[in-house]
Design a protein around this ligand. Structure first.
Ligand code: KG4
Ligand code: ZN
Length: 354
């Protein structure tokens, strides 16, 4: 199974061995350096870069695995959700290869691929399990009853957890994407130094809210730098930024990280209580956060529940997770070469494999 991922700022291609149930080759091109000067992903640049690298990554994967088009059973690609132009590039590449080789394609939901990626680890969860899906665009708690059988239990009402990391990082003067950089800075800080709110932590439901957190960090930065609040009714409010040599930077980073982690852990525990499930799967880019992993591991051990993480390299976007879901949804392979993407696509709409 060849897997192609191009929904955002990584071009990922991988080859999954259907008999051995494992990844046999993978290649990735990250666009982080390309977008860094702009402080976020520039969709047009992302699409152009996917075009530039997609085919050569596919070629490299086949060469590494000593495979040819003949040995491919089907081609799985990310149909959505994601950036429309970026998705179209991957869909077009998949259609072109499939047409040339006379092979079928399978359309994959990007978040399902994240959600099921812990099944690629040595220690795997068994259905049903609870999933904490935490990425740059999503913060959801879901119940997974089987492949394609997911129900939404909780969601963010504003920013995603990754967004909260990235926006706070920007206020701390860190580059894009700020999540991992903020986490690194936080290692030398005191998580109790600043009082950052834990929005909705005791709201009695399973929803999240992170927009207020960014405001709290902005206010702390204004306070620390002596910047005045914007005037009432001001049309544009310049974003404050902490200088890179400010002595309280690590403390603020640690305090923000602790607040985000507390919200994620608190709601995950509540979801386990409400559903009676005893396994938690953590998926998505924020799942790479070590503080989150430590806190969840401790909390789960205390209640005798099991927590599963995808291997670190599979937390952020990659082709392996796409090829993997392609293998699970092999029955959906179709000789269809239309290029039809779904930039917005609700995971709960997914069905079981046909
Ligand atoms: O799943 P992902 O690679 O892309 C999608 O959004 O689909 O997630 C990216 C997000 C970014 O917001 C990034 O800052 C965050 O994951 N992230 C982290 C860490 N590694 C990645 N956030 C906190 N700590 C990390 N170690
Ligand atoms: Zn992703």
């Amino acid at each position: 199974m060849l897997g192609i991922e191009s929904s955002c700022d990584e071009t990922g291609v991988a080859l999954f061995d259907l008999d051995r149930y494992e990844i046999v080759a993978e290649a990735l091109n990250s666009q982080i350096a390309l977008h860094a000067p702009y402080g976020g992903v520039v969709p047009e640049l992302a699409s152009r870069d996917h075009i530039k690298y997609g085919l050569s990554l596919a070629d490299r994967v086949l060469t590494d695995a000593d495979a040819t088009g003949d040995s491919i059973e089907a081609i799985a690609y990310t149909q959505g959700p994601g950036l429309a132009g970026a998705l179209l590039v991957g869909a077009q590449l998949a259609a072109a290869l499939a047409y040339a080789w006379g092979k079928p394609t399978i359309r994959i939901h990007h978040m399902e691929a994240h959600l099921l990626s812990p099944l690629l680890a040595d220690e795997r969860p068994n259905f049903p399990f609870l999933v904490l899906l935490v990425s740059g665009g999503h913060t959801q708690l879901m119940r997974a009853n089987g492949v394609g059988a997911y129900s939404l239990l909780g969601d963010t009402i504003d920013d995603a957890a990754g967004e909260a990391f990235d926006k706070s990082a920007k206020l701390l003067g860190l580059a894009y994407p700020g999540g991992p950089l903020l986490a690194k800075l936080a290692q030398s800080g005191n998580p109790r130094a600043f009082s950052i709110p834990r929005p909705l932590l005791h709201s009695g439901d399973l929803n999240f809210s992170f927009a207020g957190l960014k405001t709290a960090v902005a206010n702390e930065v204004r306070h620390l730098t002596g910047t005045a609040l914007p005037a009432r009714g001001a049309i544009s409010t310049p974003q404050p930024m902490l200088p890179v040599d400010h002595p309280r930077r690590a403390d603020l980073a640690a305090s923000v990280e602790a607040a985000i982690v507390d919200c994620l852990v608190g709601k995950s525990l509540r979801a386990l209580d409400e559903t009676g499930l005893s396994q938690l799967v953590v998926a998505g880019g924020v799942g790479a956060n070590q503080k989150l992993r430590e806190s969840l591991t401790t909390a789960m051990a205390r209640r005798g529940a099991d927590v599963f993480y995808p291997p670190l390299a599979l937390c952020t976007d990659n082709g392996a997770m796409i090829a993997h879901v392609g293998a699970l949804r092999l029955a959906e392979a179709r000789h269809e070469y239309d290029v039809n993407v779904r930039p917005r696509w609700n995971l709960a709409e997914l069905t079981k494999p046909r």
